[in-house]
Write a protein that binds this ligand. Structure first.
Ligand code: ADP
Ligand code: MG
Length: 248
């Protein structure tokens, strides 16, 4: 058991049972600051449930989840967001009838007016931030476009942008490149490598090519437990991984 404070996120002994079935079973998982971690594993391994537990959507049955050395497993979803954890679901949840700009603007964290900034000043700050994020997510020239007319990949980027504008310290993405074209995948890999500079990112992914293009460290989940963890070389060399996942 680790008890030092260098981890941004630490899951220890985390178990969740659904009607007696342990979807996550005594799981230990540690994410460093500035790390890009990929979680892989066969369908039903518990990957999405792990993200649900971290973001407070599902309650653990036992164990501990610490973010910056503070227990968060007892907090509500919104409180966890405010602590600095952003999570993207498998299907994008953007506002179809709003423009790209409006979607990003809406996601800008509120409450800054408390500090007495002038209105025009606040607006300028928001506009600048929206432009900065739009540039990162390859949508600079799409700001006035209605979100529903974006390609599937662009919608995924927009949702990532809506999380980035909140400047989370930990960003979790569930299968972000599913349904993307090859060139969109390449750009998404570049995007993830850019945003990692100020935060940690946890990505669940199936596409092994994509995993190889982004992964620092990979965790293979199987039956709610860590089967293997390490760099791609180690993952590839592990016969158990081939058995449960790569061999499929
Ligand atoms: P993965 O994302 O790795 O494919 P999941 O985390 O979605 O796997 O699911 C892990 C297991 O837990 C699956 O067997 C799934 O059916 C089950 N499960 C997930 N969420 C629930 C729930 N809310 N109620 C009951 N069973 C669930
Ligand atoms: Mg899943």
């Amino acid at each position: 058991m680790a008890n030092n404070t260098d981890f941004l996120l630490a899951l220890e002994g985390v178990t969740v049972s659904f009607d007696g079935f342990k979807a996550v079973n005594d799981l230990n998982l540690y994410i460093d600051k500035g790390e890009l971690r990929v979680i892989i594993g066969p369908n039903g391994a518990g990957k999405t449930t792990v993200l649900d537990l971290i973001c407070g959507r599902t309650r653990l049955s036992s164990g501990s989840i610490k973010f910056k050395d503070e227990e968060i497993s007892n907090l509500k979803e919104q409180q966890i967001v405010r602590r600095g954890i952003g999570r993207k679901f498998q299907t994008p949840s953007i506002y179809d009838d709003l423009t790209v700009f409006e979607n990003l603007e809406l996601s800008f964290p509120r409450g800054r007016e408390v500090f007495g900034a002038l209105f025009w000043n606040r607006t300028t700050e928001i506009i600048e931030r929206v432009r900065e994020i739009a540039e990162m997510i390859y949508l600079s020239d799409q700001l006035d476009r209605s979100a529903e007319t974006l390609s599937h990949g662009q919608k995924q980027w927009l949702e990532i942008g809506m999380l980035l504008i909140q400047d989370p310290e930990l960003l979790m993405l569930d299968e972000p490149v599913a349904g993307m074209s090859v060139s969109e995948r390449t750009k998404t890999a570049a995007l993830l490598n850019t945003i990692i500079k100020n935060r940690s990112v946890v990505v669940i992914e199936h596409d092994m090519k994509f995993v190889e293009s982004i992964a620092h460290r990979v965790t293979v989940l199987h039956q709610g437990k860590v089967l293997c963890e390490g760099d791609m070389e180690k993952i590839h060399a592990d016969p158990r991984v081939k058995e449960v996942y790569l061999g499929h």
